[in-house]
Design a protein around this ligand. Structure first.
Ligand SMILES: [Zn+2]
Length: 417
């Protein structure tokens, strides 16, 4: 079976220009003795917005891997696919994030629910899980309610998994199931029921992306109760270790944290929790490499800075339509956004200071950062004008892409002692 390494990080490369500097960050980690593998991901929605095909992701990654002589694993993730969208991802991808969040809450067939309850008496009563102080106490009714919420979603994941397996062959790809794009977080007892159901469906799941407590907004820090997150995260790790033993799920099954870039306040709790449960991690970043492109353009000054300002002005003018699809994962203070006329007068330092995620810098402006995060469609519309400028400013962009991924993500998450 194609197995995902213990540590992996999902990286996005919207305009297929940054695979090399991204890969360099993984090489820096290798030099520190940390084996972490890159997974390039791009969702169907992103491909549609930008007008690209999934094969382009594989091609860009492969070129970087060859050029830098990367000999460790790497993968291409069909991110958030379902039965309607998976087709064009089948050939170029070897990692599939099966998104069944929309099926959460749909009533399962009564016969399916009865069969699940009959098969899992161990879920009812006092459920002791090593690593969790307080046992879960459940009743037939409470388990029926949880199964009633998630069983239809898991059945759908099974259908999608079998469809992919029928085309690619079993064992030739990595399977993730995601439930993060929904309103309420899944609790550790719910995760246990979900994993039991996934085992029943015989999905060889290697990563699962639940929705965690707190807000995982795009490109900014975690917003929520870090102590509560830590408790829940550690309980999830305990549940996974238990489910691997109890249900025979793949022994490398691990959590996948979506929209994981820039969640600086939870990296240390995550880093400390993993060894306690001998657990791995998949962290999917939120397409923030594109922000490093803007930072690199601004840092280059001249025409690069001018284009970065033009993109801000356009994004400001179309803020409403750009933000609408992401309303639930951004928090912008629109009244505080600087006017384009003001930004037009900014120096390189002012622009990069506003954009770069350094909350200690008084110039940092998370509303500007979030607006531009969703503003990639503006750059996509510029077409070759934007892509050619990426080439002209390659030095400053590459430097920022590598530094962001290594210094601000890989290092605090997996290396810092
Ligand atoms: Zn997600």
């Amino acid at each position: 079976m194609l197995k995902l390494s213990r540590y992996s990080i999902g990286v996005g490369d919207r305009f297929a220009h940054q695979a090399r500097p991204q890969l360099r960050a993984f090489m820096l980690a290798a030099e520190q003795g940390i084996a972490v593998v890159p997974v390039w991901n791009k969702s169907n929605r992103e491909h549609t917005f930008i007008g690209t095909e999934p094969t382009s992701v594989r091609e860009a990654a492969l070129a970087a891997v060859r050029e830098l002589n990367w000999t460790k694993p790497w993968h291409v993730d069909a991110d958030h696919i379902n039965l309607d969208t998976v087709e064009r991802f089948l050939a170029p991808s070897d990692f599939f994030t099966i998104d069944v969040a929309h099926f959460i809450g749909q009533a399962p067939l009564a016969a399916d629910l009865d069969a699940f309850l009959a098969r899992h008496p161990e879920l009812i009563g006092v459920v002791r899980i090593p690593g969790i102080g307080q046992p879960f106490t459940t009743t037939r009714e409470s388990v029926a309610k949880t199964a009633g919420t998630f069983l239809a979603a898991v059945k759908e994941a099974g259908r999608i998994y079998r469809h992919i397996a029928s085309r690619k062959g079993e064992g030739n790809f990595i399977t993730e199931v995601s439930m993060d794009e929904t309103d309420s977080p899944q609790t550790p007892p719910e995760l246990l029921v979900i994993l039991a159901a996934i085992a029943d469906e015989k999905i060889p799941i290697q990563t699962i992306a639940p929705k965690f407590t707190g807000r995982f907004n795009k490109g900014v820090d975690y917003v929520g109760d870090v102590a509560q997150f830590t408790l829940e995260f550690e309980s999830d790790l305990a549940v996974i270790a238990h489910a691997i033993r109890e249900y025979g799920l793949p022994d490398n099954l691990k959590l996948s944290v979506h929209s994981g870039s820039d969640k600086f306040s939870i990296y240390e709790p995550i880093r400390k929790a993993l060894p306690k449960f001998n657990a791995g991690l998949h962290l999917k970043t939120a397409g923030t490499t594109w922000l490093e492109e803007l930072i690199g353009l601004a840092e280059a000054g001249g025409a690069g800075l001018a284009l970065a300002k033009e993109i801000y002005a356009e994004a400001y003018g179309h803020a409403e339509e750009l933000c609408a699809p992401y309303a639930s994962v951004i928090d912008i203070e629109y009244a505080k956004l600087p006017l384009p006329a003001v930004v037009a007068g900014w120096t390189s330092e002012q622009y990069t200071g506003a954009m770069r995620h350094d909350s200690k810098n008084p110039l940092y402006d998370k509303s500007v950062r979030q607006l531009l995060h969703v503003g990639f469609k503006i750059a996509a519309k510029l077409g070759d004008r934007y892509l050619n400028m990426l080439d002209s400013c390659e030095e400053s962009i590459s430097r920022n892409v590598t530094l962001n991924l290594y210094d601000r993500h890989i290092y605090p998450l997996l290396v810092a002692g």
